[in-house]
Structure formats: structure tokens, C-alpha cells
Design a protein around this ligand. Structure first.
Ligand SMILES: Cc1cc2nc3c(=O)[nH]c(=O)nc-3n(C[C@H](O)[C@H](O)[C@H](O)COP(=O)(O)OP(=O)(O)OC[C@H]3O[C@@H](n4cnc5c(N)ncnc54)[C@H](O)[C@@H]3O)c2cc1C
Length: 339
């Protein structure tokens, strides 16, 4: 007897949409037909702006238990897939994080990383002298960068090879997809309008992509409530950054000067690095990351929805863990619909 396949629609083809689509396809294989609808594609997405450093960042009140679990699943994925580093856009590097926060405590996720150590007092004093700042704490750990502009196109090919369909379409209302058994919302910041979520806000990030092939190792300096960072990727090094609640995507000269002066203080050789491009992205920030199932009703019709959005400054970091959880929820809704 021929089994009818369930129809799944994913809205969004950023880091979150494509990882979720692949995970659902991989889990439910021949039982589902999966279609991605997206109004825009890589390399023009917020996901493409990110340096893709694995580090839980700007996640507001999302419970630490969840962020550590989701980020941990991505970390394990990167360890397991590091042998495909070039194809997937992965690098493995040491990270040094230092801060001037008086209430600094080591984050709980640090313990799931390789080679983590808190910075000894003597080293914090050395950094304080070098940067002429009163620094209070910091840590080292081994992390990854995972570039969305490399993995989204590659994962999109895998998705199509696995029988998936990708359609360019601007979805104005989830009910447009009411013929689907489950609709998965991975629209990032656009969820503010699409599902009228007032908890969503843009956290503006301005970055410079420079040519500095000599740079190895990531530096994050969190001072005066501004986070400056140097993150080498496979070909370019990303220098940042800003975190302003703002929809403005124009390049700001003041931000550029701040990024250059702090990053060049940390690594003086960056003074000679050629600037290849400057970009602004709006992080999809939310009080709590939303990975949740919901059943909508209009008269006698039901629409089963799984939300996976609001990943703030850590969409790449949380992607695999959140894709796993979204796939669990899709399975749960499909099972319920057959009861
Ligand atoms: C400067 C900067 C640096 C960052 N650095 C890091 C980092 O180092 N590490 C990290 O983990 N994270 C980082 N982030 C955060 C990360 O980029 C985001 O959390 C992540 O990209 C969110 O992915 P997404 O797929 O939800 O959103 P997006 O990439 O915005 O994708 C949303 C998708 O939904 C589609 N869409 C939206 N509305 C509709 C609609 N109505 N109809 C159809 N399709 C629609 C879009 O076309 C797109 O395909 C950074 C962000 C910025 C701005």
C-alpha cells in the first residue's frame, strides 16, 4: 500500500531554516515532502554577516540550561564534521575573552568546551596594562567559526539532492500555507511582523571584513558595555562590533573608528590589513529564543506551526541544537494529527 507523505513547509533559508529543513528531512526521510519558502537567499541574509563564532551571545533571558544544551549539540556537530572544514566553512581556534564587568562570572557553557581555563589574575593584570583598561576577568577556550555563507549553499544542495524543494516567495501570512501538515517558522527578525511578536527587536551589528591571513586566534574584549572582537574566518578576518537596538543598516563612521581603534590596540598588525568590506546586520533578538509548537485555529480549520527564531547573537552557535528540537516538535505534531 502506498503511504501518503506528510507535507512540511519551512519559511526561511538562513542558518536556522536550512539546518532545520535538513534535520527534518534526515529524520523523517521518505515519510515527508519538505519545501523551503524564502523571500531572500544567501549571501544577502543576516546569517551571512556573522563571523559564525561558536559562543552563546546576546541571548537575554533564555534559560542557560537550554542555551548550553543547544550550543553543546552544535559544538559536538562541529567536532564531528571538522574533517569537512573547507566545504562547511569551519575553522578551529583558541579564544581569549576578557572583560571589565564588575559582576563577571564564568558562564556555565564554558565547561562543555575543549581546553577551557579561567585567566589567572597575573594575566588579567598584563592585559589591563597592555590595553590601559581596568579588566576584571576572562577565560580561554577552544572554539570554532562556522561561516553561513559557505554552509547555506552547500546544505541547500544536500537538501535538494534529498528530494527537498526551495521556492522564492514572500509569505505575508502563515495561513497562505494551510495545505501543509506543519509549517515551520524560521524567519528570524521578520517574525516581529509575520507572527506579530513584540518581543522581537533588532540588535544592530556593524563589522569590517579585512584581509589578515597572518591572524590566528580569536580575541573578544567586553569593555564599557561594548564588545570588540577579532575573528579570523577561512579567507577573511571579521572585526567588530556594535550591539545597538536600532534598525539602521547604514555604515556609521563613529562605529568604524571605534572598531578600528580597539581591534588595532589588541592586534597592532591589523593597522595594515586591507579592508575588503563593511557590513551591518540586525541580530534577531528576543527575550527568550523561541523553539515552540503552536496550533492556530481559524473557524473550523487548524494550522500546526513550529517556531524556531529569535536567536540573537548566536544563531550559528545554537543552530544544530535548535534544529534537533524543532524536528522533535514536528514529529510530535505529525503524530498528534494522526490520532
Ligand atoms: C554583526 C553580526 C555578527 C554575528 N556574529 C555571530 C557569531 O559570531 N556567531 C553566531 O552564532 N551568531 C552570530 N550572529 C547572529 C546570527 O547571524 C543570527 O542569530 C542568525 O543569522 C539568525 O539566523 P536566521 O536564519 O534566524 O535569520 P536570517 O539569516 O535573517 O534568515 C531569515 C530567513 O527568513 C526569510 N524570511 C524572512 N521573512 C520572510 C517572509 N515573510 N517570507 C519568506 N521568507 C522570509 C529570509 O529571506 C531568510 O531566508 C551575528 C549577527 C550579526 C548581525
Amino acid at each position: 500500500m502506498k503511504m501518503t507523505k506528510s507535507k512540511i513547509a519551512i519559511i526561511g533559508c538562513g542558518a536556522i531554516g536550512i539546518t532545520t529543513a535538513l534535520k527534518i528531512q534526515e529524520r523523517l526521510k521518505s515519510k515527508v515532502d519538505v519545501t523551503i519558502f524564502s523571500k531572500d537567499f544567501s549571501p544577502n541574509l543576516t546569517s551571512d554577516v556573522a563571523a559564525g563564532l561558536w559562543e552563546p551571545y546576546l541571548l537575554e533571558l533564555t534559560p542557560e540550561e537550554k542555551t548550553t544544551r543547544w550550543a553543546g549539540e552544535t559544538y559536538q556537530y562541529l567536532i564531528a564534521n571538522w574533517n569537512q572544514a573547507e566545504k562547511l566553512g569551519i575553522t578551529l581556534q583558541p579564544v581569549t575573552y576578557i572583560t571589565d564587568t564588575s559582576t563577571f562570572t564564568t558562564p556555565s557553557w564554558l565547561k562543555i568546551t575543549l581546553g577551557y581555563t579561567e585567566l589567572p589574575r597575573q594575566q588579567i593584570e598584563q592585559f589591563s596594562k597592555r590595553y590601559n583598561q581596568k579588566l576584571t576577568g576572562g577565560f580561554h577556550f577552544v572554539s570554532f567559526t562556522w561561516e553561513a555563507s559557505r554552509f547555506i549553499p552547500y546544505f541547500s544542495e544536500l537538501f535538494i539532492d534529498g528530494g527537498g524543494t526551495i521556492v522564492r516567495r514572500d509569505i505575508q501570512d502563515l495561513w497562505e500555507l494551510s495545505e501543509y501538515d506543519v509549517v515551520v517558522n524560521c524567519t528570524g527578525l521578520a517574525s516581529k511582523d509575520l507572527v506579530c511578536d513584540n518581543e522581537m527587536k533588532p540588535v544592530r551589528g556593524q563589522v569590517m571584513k579585512v584581509k589578515a591571513p597572518w591572524q590566528n586566534g580569536i580575541y573578544i574584549i567586553d569593555c564599557h558595555n561594548r564588545c570588540s572582537y577579532i575573528i579570523p574566518n577561512i579567507e577573511l578576518t571579521t572585526l567588530g562590533g556594535t550591539k545597538q537596538i536600532d534598525y539602521n543598516t547604514n555604515i556609521s563612521n563613529t562605529d568604524r573608528q571605534h572598531i578600528q581603534s580597539t581591534c588595532q590596540t589588541i592586534i597592532p598588525s591589523l593597522k595594515t590589513a586591507e579592508i575588503l568590506k563593511e557590513v551591518v546586520g540586525l541580530r534577531p533578538s528576543r527575550t527568550r529564543v523561541r523553539v515552540e509548537a503552536e496550533t492556530l485555529q481559524r473557524q473550523d480549520k487548524f494550522l500546526r506551526v513550529v517556531h524556531n527564531y529569535g536567536h540573537g547573537g548566536a544563531g550559528i552557535t545554537l543552530s544544530i541544537g535548535c534544529a534537533n528540537e524543532a524536528a522533535d516538535l514536528v514529529e510530535m505534531l505529525l503524530a498528534r494529527s494522526k490520532m
